[in-house]
Design a protein around this ligand. Structure first.
Ligand code: ATP
Ligand code: MG
Ligand code: MG
Ligand code: MG
Length: 472
């Protein structure tokens, strides 16, 4: 089955079970200013779950566009290095708003995974929340999963809450065993659950929303418990297509190959090149979809994260020797590949290309200077540590964010004196505050005040958004 077919099968399966097929919402959350980007299928239904909003259906299913970069869930630095994390991905979901609960949620998921998608039962494992006896029983009774394939995990992995207060509940995840030979070297005999060995892939998370948590931390059972699930489309596609990595499934692979064409490299040449091609493919998807949804590269908030994603792709491409604009072509390729399920991608293709090309030109001029300064500093870094003041100068004068520097440093086997960086930042803040006070008194030109403020907003905007993020 192709990725497009797997997506459609999911929606059809739930439509046949009385779920309303609802369009993916925008990557820019419409109803939650505290959330950076839509990062789960449930986001657009948040108010329906809390009862603030009514719909004329109580069951829904979606293929939701998600971005997990910046904010509470940040997979940006994982991309290219793990086999299963993207910045942009599609989360398939089925939702019950006070309609069915655990029994049906488990029955549906197991039926689709084992019969619909045909995944072999002896490669599947299930997790439940430590205290959720009911779920453990249902997986055995309804799905016939043997007890020794069900694992109890704690809050970190298997308890979900929308925020500090509000709806919450235990969750249950389905994992797929890729096989012993796929584990990281030395970890072949690790048993489930594992983290990082790479042998087990989490494919589907079922959230059983059953409590309301108040400010004091007390849990009150919800009168009408609900269901929220999320299945990673690219992960399931990779598994069904017999691939170990998401980047080898058809939804990603042609984009990886196209990145190679554009950069004059072929897949499989060497591992460094392959990592770069994966990064470019992933980031081209995020870039195309984010700009399509109205985000523009800028120095604050969402635009800042988009800029960071784009620059990470451009910087990586440069590292394998390609400084020419290429990303705008790759985003066009993405639009064409995704035009079936997302026809609006084709309508915005020219606009997206223009925005991306502009950013590539801007990068070529300004960032190259910063990069050169970074390498000069790196060359003279004593003991493999880039001094804090140098890192701060790179940020403050050359606009290179600390995490960008950290990644570049990692690639060179260096580290950064972060405490020194923060110290320099603090001193700068104090200086700015002092001179700001002076400026107020002297009524100095507004343009100067703007400049003074402008330098700071870059990161404050981002931190502000990130702070309130309260999603899955
Ligand atoms: P992981 O532990 O692998 O990071 P998660 O527990 O953070 O995943 P959930 O929040 O439970 O993920 O999201 C539901 C599903 O969405 C996951 O089971 C997975 O299949 C998929 N998913 C989550 N994050 C990503 C990502 N960055 N790229 C691709 N798929 C993802
Ligand atoms: Mg995660
Ligand atoms: Mg997880
Ligand atoms: Mg999960």
């Amino acid at each position: 089955m192709t990725g497009h077919e797997i997506r459609q099968k999911f929606l059809d399966f739930f439509a046949a079970r009385n779920h309303r097929v609802v369009r993916s919402s925008s990557l820019v959350p419409g109803n939650d200013p505290t959330l950076l980007f839509t990062n789960a299928g449930m986001n657009q239904f948040k108010d329906v779950f809390t009862g603030l909003e009514q719909r004329d259906y109580s069951r829904a299913t979606t293929a939701q566009k998600c971005v997990r970069a910046g904010g509470k869930h940040n997979d940006l630095e994982n991309v290219g290095y793990t086999r299963r994390h993207h910045t942009f991905f599609e989360m398939m979901g089925n939702f019950s708003f006070g309609d069915y609960f655990k029994t049906d949620a488990i029955d549906f998921a197991w039926d689709l995974v084992t019969n619909g998608y045909g995944l072999p039962k002896d490669r599947l494992y299930v997790t439940v929340f430590r205290e959720d006896d009911e779920a453990e029983e249902l997986w055995q009774k309804v799905a016939g999963v043997p007890k020794d394939r069900i694992f109890r995990l704690d809050e970190k992995d298997n308890f979900w809450q929308m925020g500090e207060t509000g709806p919450c509940g235990p969750c249950s995840e389905i994992h797929f065993d890729l096989g012993e030979h796929t584990a990281a070297p030395g970890r072949e005999h690790e048993k489930f659950p594992d983290d990082g060995g790479g042998r087990f892939v989490e494919i589907w998370n079922l959230v059983f929303m059953q409590f309301d948590r108040d400010l004091s931390g007390k849990f009150t059972p919800l009168p009408r418990p609900s269901i929220d699930t999320g299945m990673g489309l690219e992960r399931v596609a990779a598994i069904m297509q017999g691939k170990l990595s998401n980047f080898e499934c058809d939804l990603l692979y042609s984009i990886v190959e196209e990145a190679g064409n554009l950069l004059g490299k072929s897949v499989g040449e060497d591992t460094r090149t392959d990592t770069v091609l994966r990064i470019c493919a992933d980031h081209a998807r995020a870039t195309a979809f984010l700009i399509n949804d109205g985000v523009l590269p800028s120095n604050e908030g969402r635009g800042y994260v988009l800029r960071k994603i784009m620059r990470r792709a451009m910087r990586n491409a440069r590292m394998i020797g390609s400084g020419d604009p290429f990303l705008y072509k790759l985003t066009g390729f993405v639009a064409d590949f995704m035009k079936g399920p997302y026809p609006d991608m084709l309508e915005s293709v020219q606009r997206v290309a223009r925005v991306v090309k502009d950013e590539e030109h801007r990068y070529a001029t300004t960032f190259q200077v910063a990069e050169k300064v970074f390498h000069d500093e790196a060359r003279s870094a004593a003991g493999g540590v880039l001094p804090g003041p140098a890192a701060f100068k790179l940020y403050d004068t050359y606009g290179m964010a600390l995490d960008e520097q950290e990644e570049m440093a990692r690639e060179l086997g260096l580290s950064i004196d972060v405490a020194g960086y923060e110290d320099a930042m603090q001193k700068q803040r104090e200086r700015a505050r002092a001179s700001w006070k002076g400026a107020e008194k002297a009524q100095i030109a507004p343009i100067y005040q703007e400049l003074l403020g402008g330098g700071r907003t870059q990161f404050l905007g981002y931190e502000t958004l990130e702070h309130g993020a309260s999603q899955v």
